[in-house]
Every structure is written in structure tokens, then in C-alpha cells.
Design a protein around this ligand. Structure first.
Ligand code: GAR
Length: 211
């Protein structure tokens, strides 16, 4: 069985969808061993506790460098022996050492159609650019910020009345479907990072231009 550790910073609605899918045995036998937050007030910690999942808070403000925070985080994560580490609204940039340590077993969800709009304020940027669609991307994490090989994308139309908030809600509901699916593929042994490519069922996934 695939042991999963989830890292969050906020409300944890993606975490909740993973918890719910695990409970329905829709994660390919994957189970969530622990949930980590860098913020003590993250709502997702409560969600995890309610589901009977171990929680840990490693508060980045207790550390004087990114290196020392990441080392403490990694050391504590490894006590759970994860096969897969899932970033679900984890809002800290991770060091190259951390990323290397979990290479091939670290995935992220980003609220844009990567390679468009890495970084923050993705929905407002899509609206300001006059885009007709927005979305979310699950990808393997590499040293390049929001730049690792994509695994799955979901799209939503941008309507004339959309604001960053309405768009975020529409995209989130798609996130809640694609993230458990990617986790399931991984848990089933169908998904890997091979060299610098994401591979699903022995087929290299496209680097961009998902349908
Ligand atoms: C999600 O939209 C996720 O894609 C985004 O944060 C939100 C977390 O929501 N992640 C990033 O922006 C990563 N840079 P949640 O806490 O309700 O899952």
C-alpha cells in the first residue's frame, strides 16, 4: 500500500477530497499517514484530526533559514516513511535539497494551466490577460518553481462576469477531482517520473497542451 503524507498551509479542501477518496477506497489502496502544515492555524489540520490522521505543524517562523526549516520538515516527514508526498496548497517554496530528496515521489497542484502563470495570483492574471479558459495542473515537483512535468490538467471557461474569487471556486471543484485521480495512478504504480518525463501506463505524458 502507498503511504501518503500531505503538506498544507490553509483550508485544506484538496486535502478533504483526498481524505474522502481514501475513505471510499478510491486512492488505489493509498492511505494518508500524516498531514503537515507550516501554519498552526491551517484549517486543514482540523480536517485531518477529524479523520483520525496524524498531524504535525512545523512552523516556518520558528526557523532562521529556509534550509533549516526544510531539513526539520524532511526529517519529521521521513518518520512516516512516505511513498508519496502531496503538496496541497502548501505555500512555501521548497529548497533544491528537499526536492531532490523526494524526487519522483513529490507532486503539487497549481491553480493555472501551466506553463501559464507559475507563482501567485493565477486567477487574476488569467482574467487580466483576457484568457477564455483557466484551470489547474497536477505536476511532479522539480527544482524549477511550478515547472515540473505535468500529470493532469483540468480546464474551466472564464465568463465575462468572473472574478478571481468565482474563478478560484470553479477551478477548486476541478482540483478536487484531478488530484485524487493523480494520487490513485501513483498508488497503483501506473505513474512515475522517468528521467525528466511524467510517464503514465508506459506512455510519456505531454509537457504541455493537455486536451
Ligand atoms: C488550491 O487552489 C491550490 O491549487 C493552490 O492553493 C489552493 C489550496 O486550497 N495552490 C497553490 O497556489 C500552490 N502555489 P485548499 O487549501 O482548499 O486545498
Amino acid at each position: 500500500p502507498c503511504r501518503i503524507v500531505v503538506l498544507i498551509s490553509g483550508g485544506g479542501s484538496n486535502l478533504q477530497s483526498l481524505i474522502d477518496c481514501a475513505a471510499r477506497d478510491e486512492l488505489g489502496g493509498g492511505s494518508i499517514a500524516a498531514v503537515f502544515s507550516n501554519k498552526p492555524e491551517a484549517g486543514g489540520l482540523q480536517r485531518a484530526a477529524e479523520a483520525g490522521i496524524a498531524t504535525r505543524c512545523i512552523n516556518h517562523t520558528d526557523f532562521d533559514s529556509r534550509d533549516s526549516f526544510d531539513l526539520a520538515l524532511r526529517t519529521e516527514i521521513d518518520t512516516f516513511h512516505p511513498d508519496l508526498v502531496i503538496l496541497a496548497g502548501f505555500m512555501r517554496i521548497l529548497t533544491a535539497d528537499f526536492v531532490k530528496h523526494y524526487r519522483g515521489r513529490l507532486i503539487n497542484i497549481h491553480p493555472s494551466l501551466l506553463p501559464k502563470y507559475p507563482g501567485l495570483r493565477t486567477h487574476q492574471r488569467a482574467i487580466d490577460a483576457g484568457d477564455s479558459e483557466a484551470g489547474a495542473t497536477v505536476h511532479f515537483v522539480t527544482e524549477e518553481l511550478d515547472g515540473g512535468p505535468p500529470i493532469i490538467q483540468a480546464k474551466v471557461p472564464i465568463n465575462s462576469g468572473d472574478t478571481a474569487e468565482t474563478l478560484a471556486q470553479k477551478v477548486l471543484s476541478k482540483e478536487h477531482r484531478i488530484y485524487p485521480l493523480a494520487a490513485r495512478w501513483f498508488a497503483e504504480g501506473r505513474l512515475s517520473l522517468t528521467g525528466s518525463k511524467a510517464v503514465l501506463d508506459d506512455q510519456a505524458l505531454p509537457e504541455s497542451g493537455f486536451p
